[in-house]
Design a protein around this ligand. Structure first.
Ligand SMILES: *[C@@H]1O[C@H](CO)[C@@H](O)[C@H](O)[C@H]1NC(C)=O
Ligand SMILES: *[C@@H]1O[C@H](CO)[C@@H](O)[C@H](O)[C@H]1NC(C)=O
Ligand SMILES: *[C@@H]1O[C@H](CO)[C@@H](O)[C@H](O)[C@H]1NC(C)=O
Length: 148
């Protein structure tokens, strides 16, 4: 249902682009109930994690983890060379329960993007609903191993 809404929005966008005479954009190739996309900074979380305020974390393994056992959803993604990732998954869980029950964990040690950063501990982020069933990270912050 949620994905139908997104497809509808995309469809309207394609039609209006068509009407203006431009080439229609490629339709999205992913078909999924939930999409999570965002930016992983190479940073230990001492400053707000806005894009551009920190270099990206390339080739980082990002995992969707749901602490709420009732939410059956799991996915992995690897960031590109600039720290961006996108994951798509099918789940029977509602968008609201994914938003409240799931978060992102960066499994690759921070030290692999900057040797000055800690070798242990992880970057974690909650999820923020962007539109329909598309989530963004709320903002990654560093969680030291003792607090893990
Ligand atoms: C984060 O990095 C800054 C500067 O590199 C350092 O002063 C700070 O102690 C680090 N914080 C953590 C939690 O590692
Ligand atoms: C994600 O990666 C972890 C560690 O490699 C693996 O245990 C898990 O099964 C993967 N999950 C999915 C949904 O691919
Ligand atoms: C989700 O399910 C649809 C329909 O079964 C399938 O075409 C699509 O590839 C699936 N997406 C993912 C990310 O598994």
């Amino acid at each position: 249902m949620a994905s139908n809404i997104l497809l509808l929005l995309v469809g309207v966008g394609v039609l209006s682009v068509f009407a203006s005479g431009a080439q229609p954009p490629q339709p999205p190739r992913i078909q999924a109930d939930v999409v999570v996309m965002g930016f992983v900074p190479c940073n230990n979380g001492t400053s707000p994690m806005r894009t551009g305020s920190a270099p990206g974390f390339p080739n980082a393994l990002v995992q969707l983890q749901c602490t709420d056992g009732a939410v059956a959803a799991a996915a992995n993604a690897t960031t590109d060379g600039k720290g961006w990732f996108r994951m798509a998954l099918n789940t029977t869980a509602s968008v609201a329960s994914v938003a409240s029950g799931c978060g992102l964990v960066v499994a690759t040690p921070l030290a692999s993007c900057n040797a000055a950063l800690p070798a242990t501990g992880t970057l974690k982020s909650g999820l923020r609903l962007l539109v329909s069933m598309v989530f963004f990270p709320r903002g990654f912050s560093y969680v030291s191993p003792s607090l893990d």
